[in-house]
Design a protein around this ligand. Sequence first.
Ligand SMILES: *[C@@H]1O[C@H](CO)[C@@H](O)[C@H](O)[C@H]1NC(C)=O
Ligand SMILES: *[C@@H]1O[C@H](CO)[C@@H](O)[C@H](O)[C@H]1NC(C)=O
Ligand SMILES: *[C@@H]1O[C@H](CO)[C@@H](O)[C@H](O)[C@H]1NC(C)=O
Length: 564
Amino acid sequence: MVAAGLLVLSLVAFAQGAPTPDVMRVHERRAAPPNGFVKTTPGADADSAVVSLRIALKSDPAPLHKALLDVSTPGSANYRKFLTKAETDALVAPSADGLAAIDAWLSSANVTSTPAATNQWLNIDVPVASANALLDADFQTYTNAETGKTAIRTLAYSLPKSVQPFVDFVFPATSFPVQSAKGVAAVHHARAPLNPAHPVRAAVAASCADTVTPTCLQALYNIPTDPATSAKNTLAVSSFVQSNASTTDLSDFLTSFRPDLSSQPSFEVTSVDNGVNDETDPSVEGSLDIQYTVGIATNVPTTFFVVGENNDGDVGGFLDLVNTFLAAKTPPTTFTTSFGFPEELISADLAQNLCNAYAQLGARGVSAFFSSGDSGVDDGQGGTCTTFRPTFPASCPFVTVVGSTTGISPETAADFSSGGFSNVFDQPSYQADAVGNYLSLLGNTNAGLFNTTGRGYPDVSAQGVSYQVNIGGTVSPVSGTSASTPLFASIVSLLNDRLIAGGKSPLGFMNPFLYAGGQVALNDVVSGSNPGCGTDGFPAKSGWDPVTGLGTPDFKKFSTLLGI
Ligand SMILES: *[C@@H]1O[C@H](CO)[C@@H](O)[C@H](O)[C@H]1NC(C)=O
Ligand SMILES: *[C@@H]1O[C@H](CO)[C@@H](O)[C@H](O)[C@H]1NC(C)=O
Ligand SMILES: *[C@@H]1O[C@H](CO)[C@@H](O)[C@H](O)[C@H]1NC(C)=O
């Protein structure tokens, strides 16, 4: 009877010329939850629990990538003529047809979307039962056995054929929380022995080989100590996983290490996802990041972006932070992040989406810096690796990635300095020559253990061992690409200050410039390596290498090159 009834209905529909039924097609599926997550017995209210989903709208990224390279490549007529918010929004706008199809689908299920921070997302808050019906999904509560954190996720979901071409993915759905790793290395003290053939530079105290202070870095990298003057030039520092920083510690740090300052600069805090900076409970990472931005980028207006709540340390928090910047009329000029993820734990679609958000920041003139990671050629997730495991966002070709060095005469690669080649992102053209040169110098070493067609990282490096940091009133040595990254970003923010004060455009996305001439302002690092996965890792070599990138910065040389 039922079958007959359905047949009749479909015949009627056919006779009226109605569209063929909108079949559901599986859009994303995973075989099992990731390690650590187990399905937990749902409570009686499981179906009425509300899930917040965001729909990533598809747009062709090619025009964005073209525009980014157009404004970032020296010699281009549009070099450093950055796009406005309206211009980038237009470049990545989803199609009107797509929006109409999605709207029809949601309305037919009585679901109302709310606009997101940018035009590339729609948000929906729906009870589990409605989410299951809408997406042909099976949302369940999963608990991470280690952390005890719960997440409502599904192993698969479908989309109607009519909307599938217009939706990139639904988040988080099948994306389980991945806790980002901080870039603070377990202190290896991977210091190279001083090479007697290269006497310590006169201006750099010998103690700097063991104990890195702002004075050491200023001497080593020719960083100016005089204050920045532009109020328009801003520096943003990411804080995930409750990485608190204390203003009292900063003040004590400046008293000890910047006695030259007549008035002490500080920082502002902006909360994203209800993040809270608890000044009374400072963390190693937050203290390091704030002290080596405010303490080096003298007087550059600096804001600590504290990302909290459920997205704490997860990719969702990274999306919320970059979308906060993209939603702003004026994003920060320079942005530093000392957190990252194993690339293989994140879906390729999600990684591409986030990477394209960074590309938009670049098109708008933001210089974004990320740590390469602290696990050599591995990604820090533990377990055994059969091939080298890259990190993300370091593997994104539209950000500038910073590795670590140690020692001063000469600088050598810090052994934890992560580097390698993406398994998701292709090698960008700006680094083709530099990477090709390295691969030919490398020969057969590590053959088969890494992806020769992937984006190579890091792009640059800086000192990363034994930074003196004041944490809760005690000065301790801290090592990691987490130290190198805020330092490099601070140097660039001082360059941006001089550029803006002189009526020039800031540097924006620096990679095409760095690989096409900018490297003359970097000190090439040619010794050391980044062991991991039971190998010696990649050796540093003359020119670019996947341990120290193109080398460490020299502010004076950059100033000369930029005419400031
Ligand atoms: C949507 O709401 C209308 C009016 O309340 C109701 O008749 C219809 O059954 C609902 N549809 C779905 C799919 O929930
Ligand atoms: C930051 O402060 C919060 C709130 O007091 C605390 O729970 C957290 O543990 C602190 N973070 C760190 C890394 O100490
Ligand atoms: C190697 O990298 C490319 C991107 O350049 C990617 O498409 C490919 O799947 C990767 N190969 C492996 C084995 O991961």
